[in-house]
Design a protein around this ligand. Structure first.
Ligand code: ADP
Ligand code: ASP
Ligand code: MG
Length: 412
């Protein structure tokens, strides 16, 4: 039997009614003759609640116990989904990550999937089971401890299963009906895309569009998984939603195909550090060892042998960054006057593979922001994206103005 992977996100399994609705969708695919692997998220809000409990109990928590707690939301929905399917007379059972097993690295709270041996589930399909319901977002480390894959990780579970089982398709059911030119909750003019190239989706995801976890897009690209995003709230046809595919499969696309944003950023500046070989290495090694995920970096001009170094990182990591810099100063590895943290910034990015062959996108982007009176604090670019850091209060305005200026509401 051909295998199909269907993933249901948090809002799609938020209540027993919604689980029933999702199960009906699964039933439709079973009746077409598929063996189905269903990947479920925790009920919406559940993972946040669990993370909150961990933080309240132990602010500098043991990541292994964080994973033990935070993975549990998916166990509940997996069991409930299996029960719902059984009530519909569809042979189904649930699996937690360790039971499959979903083998991951030991990087707790952001583990990577290394292997999913299909034998266990395949033998059950052989015995007549029609649906394997698997708890998303979780796996087991080489030491036998429960791991989680980072927020939004059920998408990655789904794509990894699709690759391991050579599934015909991986359908990601969510609360929007596809991938849009930008988050439809921020711009009413956002337009649904029928297709988007892997590279573009990868950039959008890593720049903040949470509709797919970045790692899931990477895996789909590497293993050539046919990946589709669609709504769990509407009747669906085989053409519904957005197909994430190879660039070659897309006939026409705009120069800029999407806008992503990341709301909770911080900009930090180390004032007056010695401008000498090795200083950047010293600063960013200390930050990395302190668990800070640095994104953008700017080294300002040097005067009398001293310079300012600016970087951005997630706003909830500013305390860690301050601690790392204070410790490095105390140890004498870095000398600086002060560390300034601007915790009210957001990152807005325009993305498009058309930028490879078109010039002027950056100039236009900066002009649009200037017309709106928005000051740019940091800029970074790559072959297919331009990102700017701006005051958080202007984020929505920037996204909408850029969406208008690049005419993303119109198809190419
Ligand atoms: P799920 O719980 O199903 O995994 P998520 O909340 O993780 O759902 O992702 C879906 C959300 O992603 C949407 O509700 C939407 O607000 C957001 N989103 C951000 N950027 C985009 C985009 N470009 N296209 C569609 N949705 C987007
Ligand atoms: N429940 C997890 C989260 O909220 C994983 C997921 O939904 O993909 O991050
Ligand atoms: Mg998600």
């Amino acid at each position: 039997m051909p295998v199909l992977v269907m993933k249901f996100g948090g809002t799609s399994v938020a209540t027993l009614d919604r689980i029933r609705r999702a199960a009906k969708r699964v039933g439709v695919e079973v009746s077409k003759g598929y063996d189905v692997i269903v990947i479920v998220s925790a009920m919406s809000g559940k993972t946040n609640e669990l993370v909150g409990w961990v933080n309240e109990t132990s602010p500098l928590y043991d990541a292994r116990e964080y994973d033990a707690v935070v993975s549990s939301g998916e166990n509940v929905t997996a069991g409930l989904m299996a029960l719902t399917l059984q009530e519909m007379d569809i042979p189904a059972r649930s699996w937690q990550g360790w039971q499959v097993p979903v083998k991951t690295t030991a990087a707790h709270s952001s583990a990577r999937i290394e292997e999913i041996p299909p034998a266990n589930i395949m033998s059950k399909f052989g015995e007549g089971m029609k649906v394997a319901v698997v708890a998303g977002f979780q796996g087991v480390s080489p030491e036998g401890r429960i791991t989680t894959l980072g927020r939004g990780g059920s998408d990655t579970t789904a794509v990894a299963f699709a690759a391991a089982f050579e599934a015909e398709r991986c359908d990601i059911y969510t609360d929007v009906d596809g991938v849009y030119t930008t988050d439809p909750r921020v711009s009413a003019k956002a337009r649904k895309l029928d297709k988007i190239a892997f590279e573009e989706m990868l950039e959008l995801a890593s720049l903040g569009a949470k509709v797919l976890q970045t790692r899931s897009v990477e895996l789909a690209m590497r293993y050539k998984v046919k990946l589709r995003v669609l709504s769990s709230f509407e009747e669906q046809s085989d053409e519904a939603g957005t197909l994430v595919c190879d660039e070659e499969e897309i006939m026409e696309s705009n120069v800029v195909s999407g806008i992503a944003f990341s709301r909770d950023e911080a900009k930090m500046t180390l004032v007056s550090v010695a401008d000498r070989p090795g200083i950047a290495a010293a600063i960013f090694t200390a930050l990395s060892e302190g668990g800070v995920n640095v994104d953008m970096i700017v080294q300002n001009i040097s005067e009398e042998g001293r310079t300012d170094m600016t970087w951005s990182c997630p706003v909830d990591q500013t305390k860690r960054a301050e601690k790392a810099m204070d410790e490095a100063k105390a140890a004498g590895t870095i000398n600086f006057n002060e560390l300034i943290a601007d915790t009210d910034v957001a990152k807005v990015s325009v993305v498009g593979i058309g930028m490879r062959s078109h010039t002027g996108v950056a100039a236009k982007m900066f002009q649009v922001l200037s017309n709106e009176g928005i000051n740019i604090k940091v800029i970074t670019t790559s072959e297919i994206k331009i990102s700017v850091l701006i005051d958080r209060k202007y984020m929505e305005l920037a996204v909408q103005a850029l969406h208008d200026a690049f005419e993303l509401d119109k198809a190419a």
